[in-house]
Design a protein around this ligand. Structure first.
Ligand code: ATP
Ligand code: MG
Length: 330
């Protein structure tokens, strides 16, 4: 039997290059060898966007098409909508009984995001995000979770929940699988503004759906080594966002370009031009698939409905095991 992958995205907007290198590339790579579940995390989108549900609704379609456009094959993977799978909500409630509020409060990603959104008094749902993520991962007993590094504290929380559940209710048997995170080499792509993370809510992203003109323009705007002002100033690729992008998307030329930057034998605009060309080359096949799905929203809707149907069957079965272990069946 194939091992399982569970991964996905909050449906808060279109996906960007950070998602691609951080997670989507691995999803595509592993779709033949793992039984892959891709979650359209609309409930987790609500944790920060509950006042703007229309945006989340649009996000479901956008994120689904982004995933399909990079080459995930709906015949192989299960693409499903979180709010349609009721076992996820049930497991969230069960796990919430033995997760301490303090451990959630001290979760570094919760802290960073609370600050980013300016939250002082955290909502129950926002604080409980990692518990709901544990339910996403365990409803299908996933083994491997390809994610960016901001998700590591959440995966660690899931591992704790799983161990605790097995200890409390397993009677020596492991009911739930302890999952492993899978980080890619570039596990946190910076934003074009130089911010440590390209984020879809941060306004510093190059989107998978951007056309050639937009990509060319955004790359021209991207932050480089701020100490390099004149063409003959020697640059430092270590502090240059464009250099990081070359490493992620143009690895064969990366070493050479770094040398040229350090010797001041290439200027930033020529280096950016090479990057824009490399990005456009990488994104070109995605654009064709995107056009296909954008013209056929009904097919995308059917893929999500079929994935959610399959996820429900697996999840309902898991909830039965969980309830049995918890002595809730009469
Ligand atoms: P939001 O700001 O709405 O939370 P996000 O850009 O953080 O959006 P998510 O949907 O929360 O996106 O994350 C989806 C997946 O993409 C996660 O595994 C996350 O770690 C990964 N990811 C997001 N941004 C980056 C990035 N800049 N570099 C690498 N991986 C990333
Ligand atoms: Mg996020």
């Amino acid at each position: 039997m194939k091992k399982r992958i569970l991964t996905g995205d909050r449906t808060t907007g279109k996906l960007h290059l950070g998602h691609y290198v951080g997670s989507l590339k691995n999803r595509v790579y592993f779709q033949d060898t793992y039984d892959s579940f891709i979650i359209l995390a609309d409930i987790q989108a609500l944790t920060t966007h509950f006042e703007d549900p229309k945006k989340i609704n649009q996000g479901i379609m956008d994120v689904a098409i982004d995933n399909l456009s990079v080459g995930l094959n709906p015949e192989k993977i299960t693409l499903f909508q979180q709010s349609q799978v009721k076992s996820i909500a049930e497991l969230t409630i069960f796990y919430s009984m033995f997760v301490s509020v303090n451990s959630l409060r001290h979760n570094p990603t919760i802290k960073t995001e609370a600050k980013q959104y300016g939250y002082k008094d955290l909502s129950y749902g926002f604080l409980g995000y990692p518990v709901s993520q544990a339910a996403d991962i365990t409803f299908c007993n996933a083994d491997l979770i390809p994610v960016g590094d901001d998700q590591l504290p959440h995966i660690e929380q899931t591992r704790k929940i799983v161990r605790r559940f097995n200890e409390l209710y397993g009677k020596g048997k492991d009911i739930l699988t302890v999952p492993e995170a899978l980080l890619s080499e570039i596990s946190r792509l910076p934003g074009i503004d130089g911010n440590a993370k390209m984020g879809k809510s941060l306004g510093n992203a190059i989107y998978l759906s951007d056309n050639k003109e937009i990509i060319d323009k955004k790359v021209r705007m991207a932050k480089t080594d701020t100490n390099r002002i004149h063409l003959n100033d020697k640059g430092n690729p270590q502090v240059c966002t464009v250099a990081t992008y070359h490493k992620a998307f143009n690895l064969s030329d990366y070493g050479n370009l770094c040398e040229m930057c350090k010797n001041a034998t290439i200027g930033c605009s020529a280096c950016k031009k090479e990057l824009a060309d490399a990005l456009n080359k990488e994104l070109e096949p995605f654009r064709e698939r995107r056009a296909y799905y954008e013209e056929r929203p009904k097919i995308v809707g059917e893929i999500i409905a079929e994935g959610s149907r399959k996820a429900n069957i697996i999840g309902d079965n898991m909830v039965l095991h969980v309830k049995d272990a918890m002595h809730l069946l009469i």
